[in-house]
Design a protein around this ligand. Structure first.
Ligand code: NAD
Ligand code: DAU
Length: 356
């Protein structure tokens, strides 16, 4: 069995679904169900004994110790985090609690468990930490993409908390020998993406006839990767990554935000044309910039390609089309997120420590 933390969130849920689509190895899914945790993402696993859901906090050391002892996972994959930059600007506290203190406690729990394993299982055990390209800071337009040795220069409370967690993971390997792996991935997009983030927000607002908010001049650059490609990279790193190493994950897909917004609008014009014949791009509205907004991220993914033979399966064109189609095909998921009903759904379906 593997222990996945944050498996009810965007990437974690995609990871759990993809894992169980390809393997019968069970997943123990520990998630605090913050506003970003949505068990509706995992509704297709209801009744599937390979998925064991536990409602809890990675920072609850006693509970995590008990879970590890009971389920004896061969790996811990840490997706759990506060993940939204804008929220970190308004309220950094939760980011420090989960991303820094929570990660430290999870490392401690994993270390105690790992030290108690027999030699063969100790050699097999892995702690895989899911991190972000934002820890490297911002690039100038002509600078080379981030490699794994790029200096960590985080600029937002979110990225600073993730950089701190990356340092902790490194230190637990260096000091205690915990067999860790770290992935630093670029911007993901795809199904189950919470509509506070750019791409799902644009889709959802466009369909609702609302303004499409573009921060500043819209020329900030992000490097986009379809979420299922991130999941396949994590599986590959878990399988074959060298202990103690960092692997950057990205799809060589740098695009300015305004181009992303135009692409989404054009797909919606094609797939769900407006009844009045107008184009979705007329809803674009430039708004005040994010404070401290990083100008450009770009991932150099040569190492994972060279060492582990990983490559993304989707191009941006194929991935963004699938994403828009997914949102059009799942209006109930969007409606439940917007109304908050997904939280009620969770409460009526599950209570306490649950196994859907
Ligand atoms: P998300 O916000 O959608 O999901 C986070 C999940 O973690 C939620 O289910 C939430 O309930 C859970 N969680 C939060 N605090 C917790 C705690 N203390 N204990 C247990 N569970 C907790 O985030 P995401 O976009 O799926 O990102 C997952 C991970 O990947 C994060 O570590 C993030 O930093 C990293 N990452 C994200 C991206 C991206 O583009 N979204 C890119 C690279 C890396
Ligand atoms: O790079 C990886 C990171 O990508 C992850 O570590 C984070 O968890 C994830 O949230 C994401 O961070 P970003 O800040 O890049 O994502 P977001 O979707 O919030 O914004 C993408 C870009 O779009 C960014 O330049 C800000 C801009 N933006 C965002 C929103 C929400 C807008 O112009 N308008 C908006 O309304």
């Amino acid at each position: 069995m593997i222990l996945v933390t944050g498996g009810a969130g965007f990437i974690g849920a995609n990871f759990v679904l993809d894992w169980l689509a390809q393997s019968d190895e069970p997943v123990l899914n520990l998630d605090k169900l913050t506003y970003a945790g949505n068990l509706e993402n995992l509704a297709s696993l209801q009744g599937d004994a390979r998925h064991v859901f536990v409602h809890g906090d990675i920072g609850d050391a006693a509970m995590v110790a008990q879970l590890l002892a009971q389920h004896q996972p061969r790996a811990v994959l840490n997706f759990a985090a506060e993940s939204h930059v804008d929220r970190s600007i308004h309220g950094p506290e939760d980011f420090i609690q989960t991303n820094v203190v929570g990660t430290m406690r999870l490392l401690q729990s994993a270390r105690a468990y790992w030290q108690g394993l027999d030699e063969a299982r100790r050699a097999e055990f892995r702690f895989l930490h899911v991190s972000t390209d934002e820890v490297y800071g911002s690039l100038e337009p002509t600078e080379a993409a981030f490699t794994e040795t790029h200096k960590l220069e985080p600029n937002s409370p979110y990225s600073a908390s993730k950089a701190a967690s990356d340092h902790l993971v490194r230190a637990w390997h260096h000091t205690y020998g915990l067999p860790v792996l770290t992935t630093n991935c670029s911007n993901n997009y795809g199904p189950f993406h919470f509509p506070e983030k750019l791409i799902p927000l644009i889709i959802v607002n466009a369909l609702a006839g609302k303004p499409l908010p573009v921060y500043g001049d819209g020329l900030q650059v992000r490097d986009w990767l379809y979420v299922k490609d991130h999941c396949s990279a994590i599986r590959r790193v878990l399988e074959a990554g060298r202990v103690g190493e960092i692997y950057n994950v990205g799809g060589w897909n740098e695009k300015p935000n305004i181009e992303i917004v135009h692409t989404v609008c054009a797909l919606l014009d094609e797939l769900r044309p407006k009844s009045d014949g107008s184009r979705y791009q007329t809803q674009i509205t430039y708004v005040q910039d994010r404070p401290g907004h990083d100008r450009r991220y770009a991932i150099d993914a040569s190492k994972i390609e060279r060492e582990l033979g990983w490559k993304p399966a989707e191009t941006f064109e194929s991935g963004i089309r699938k994403t828009v189609q997914w949102y059009l095909a799942n209006p109930d998921w969007v409606a439940h997120v917007q109304s908050g009903a997904y939280r009620e759904w969770v409460q009526t379906q599950y209570s306490g420590n649950e196994t859907p």
